[in-house]
Design a protein around this ligand. Structure first.
Ligand code: PLP
Length: 219
């Protein structure tokens, strides 16, 4: 799917939710090491890119340093990679999946960083992220104690199933947490990937992270 085709689908989905909903697209480029693919996406207008490995992100950031790209880190961050990631000056870290990780980043950062709290909304043991019932307390504790973690909202990966009801349920659960955090400054609800971004938007997502279906058109 080209970026234009994706934007049209996003547009239709957001209107099913609300004409006031604005949805940002993060292009997840983790499947390719080919810089030309990223350049083609950039030339079509894409500005936000997502990567889940520090090493890969480093190569791409360096190769594209002249372009005004927003880099989003979306993967599980090992503590021994924090310094390397911070040097890349990411626009946002979407995958804060424990208080301990937030603490470790807070200590090493020398300025506030935009971050999202990752929630394991489907409670799948293979997934990272906070259990939903701990999310609000942890969010507030980070806000209170860790000045370099500028929490802007939440991120989740939808339930891994073909059952649309289950997927919707995991998004709705995350949206409800987001809604409760709005009085504390939460602005971003990042949910929806290639297979489920339309459902996510219908459930209130305002940031989708799309890789596979987009890259097919650009490789
Ligand atoms: C890979 C990945 C995506 C994109 O998934 P696609 O199915 O390729 O669209 C989104 N979010 C996270 C956290 C990912 O790791």
């Amino acid at each position: 799917m080209t970026l234009d085709e994706l934007i049209q689908k996003v547009e239709a989905a957001r209107l099913r939710r609300s004409e006031h909903l604005i949805v940002q697209i993060v292009a997840v480029t983790k499947y390719t090491q080919d810089i030309e693919v990223l350049k083609r996406l950039y030339n079509d207008g894409q500005r936000a890119f997502g990567e889940n490995r520090v090493q890969d992100m480093e190569k791409k950031v360096n190769a594209l340093e002249d372009l005004p790209i927003e880099w989003h880190f979306i993967g599980n961050l090992q503590k021994n990679k924090i310094n390397k990631l911070l040097k890349l000056n990411p626009f946002m870290i979407q995958s804060i999946n424990s208080y301990e990780l937030a603490e470790a980043i807070n200590k090493r950062a020398n300025k506030p960083l935009r971050c999202l709290l990752e929630i394991n909304s489907s409670k799948e043991p293979t997934k990272h992220g906070l259990p939903p019932e701990e999310a609000i307390d942890t969010y507030l504790k980070i806000k209170e104690n860790l000045p370099n973690i500028n929490l802007q909202g939440v991120m989740t990966i939808g339930a891994h199933t073909d059952d649309e009801k289950e997927i919707r349920k995991s998004f709705r659960l995350t949206y409800n947490i987001f809604d409760k955090l709005k009085p504390y400054g939460a602005k971003i609800c990042s949910m929806g990937m290639s297979s489920d971004f339309e459902i996510a938007i219908e459930e209130g997502s305002n940031m989708i992270r799309v890789g596979r279906i987009l890259l097919e058109s650009y490789v």
